[in-house]
Write a protein that binds this ligand. Structure first.
Ligand SMILES: [Zn+2]
Length: 391
């Protein structure tokens, strides 16, 4: 029996199992198979299964076109990314939006209890039957862009692979009086960064800001039996505004690490901001927390015999008067756990990084604080509720 003697429905089902490249080859062998291979339901299934595309609504194109023109080439972009191309870093998410693939930056606002804000950077859509990359930042938006996958680079002796989204238009250098600067500063202000530091950011990023160097965001898996689940958090960094961090566990050192997803000229994105020493829990009373000096003198206090370190231990919590700030006025008067920790501090340009002694204070599963004993400041962190799909 010849392949073509099979009923068309069965042939279509068989074709659905072929890898896309083989399917394309089959299409070249005969017109009958080519027509069968164009069956929409087959491509709809592929779009959904391989690239999670639920509908072709707003695309003005068939599933076959979306798959063969857009997804094969750009489908690998879907999901969450981060960048460390400059000290500021950033979190990016690539999703389907109204008949296109949209690359957006997500950033926190001054209040850590608000949701993240997003701004579009690039889009990929089908125009006149061809996939078209557009830059959505700068003047005369949109204008042409491009994607370069898996660019290899050796930087500081480290081998990195990034995907680059590039603007093909030449954005002129703009001065502080320009409309673009004003628009940019309005958009950036919501992060809570002070104006002087924003002006530095403009100077440091303006030439590169229409190019994105992305690497995949890998989130640590959820782990039962831990005092707090890993994940993404927003945290207050005084003059630098609100920053994004990833909480993960380091089993070798028995520490919690808070790694910067967004950073600043002092401690850049990609560096660890706080190391929580899980071997050094504390239980403090209210009086001990009233003055910073008393807190600084506390080494590892005696723990009650029933404390075994594996579960949380509710205890009084107050922010010492010298460190009080807006965000901590309505905090509860009890916390679930308290540990010695150390935090990275550095001069401008990440020069002479050293550690500041601090306390890590878990308030709930979603909220914790860091008391910077040497800096007289208190940072508050809140878990990010938005979901980011990672590979
Ligand atoms: Zn551009």
């Amino acid at each position: 029996m010849h392949l073509l003697d099979l009923p068309p429905e069965l042939l279509t089902t068989l074709l659905a199992y072929l890898p896309a490249r083989d399917l394309a080859r089959v299409c070249q062998t005969c017109i009958f198979l080519r027509d069968l291979a164009r069956t929409e339901s087959l491509w709809q299934q592929r779009c959904r299964k391989e690239y999670k595309l639920k509908t072709n609504k707003n695309w003005n194109a068939s599933y076959f076109e979306i798959y063969s023109k857009v997804l094969i080439k750009y489908g690998a972009l879907l999901g969450a990314w981060k960048t460390t191309m400059n000290c500021y870093g950033g979190l990016f998410n690539v999703t389907y939006c109204l008949g296109q693939i949209l690359v957006e930056e997500y950033f926190p606002t001054k209040c850590i209890f608000d949701s993240l804000k997003s701004i579009p950077w690039f889009s990929i859509s089908l125009e006149n039957g061809e996939a078209t990359v557009k830059c959505l930042q700068g003047f005369d938006v949109p204008h042409p862009g491009d994607v370069k996958f898996d660019q290899e680079e050796v930087k500081d002796g480290k081998h990195t692979v990034t995907t680059n989204l590039i603007c093909l238009s030449s954005h002129q250098e703009e001065n502080e009086d320009s409309e673009e600067f004003q628009r940019w500063i309005e958009q950036e202000k919501v992060r809570g960064t002070i104006q002087e530091l924003l002006e530095i950011k403009w100077q440091l990023t303006k030439e590169k800001k229409h190019q994105l160097q992305l690497s995949p965001l890998v989130l640590p898996p959820l782990t039962p039996d831990r005092i707090i689940q890993p994940g993404l958090f927003k945290g207050t960094y005084s003059a630098h505004g609100t920053e994004l961090l990833m909480l993960s566990y380091s089993d070798e050192t028995q520490e919690i690490h808070l790694t910067k997803i967004t950073g600043d000229p002092n401690v850049p994105a990609g560096e660890i901001s706080v190391y929580v020493d899980l071997r050094r829990p504390m239980i403090l009373n209210r009086e001990q927390q009233e003055s910073l000096q008393t807190l600084k003198d506390i080494d590892t206090p005696d723990l009650p015999p029933e404390f075994d370190g594996t579960r949380n231990f509710s205890q009084p919590f107050i922010v010492p008067r010298q460190c009080e700030m807006e965000d901590c006025r309505d905090l509860p008067t009890f916390c679930k756990a308290r540990y010695h920790s150390k935090g990275t501090i550095a001069a401008f340009g990440y020069q002479n990084p050293t550690f500041s002694n601090n306390h890590w204070i878990m308030i709930s599963e979603d909220v914790f604080g860091v008391l910077w004993l040497d800096l007289y400041s208190f940072s508050l962190f809140n878990r990010i509720k938005e979901e980011f799909k990672t590979s």
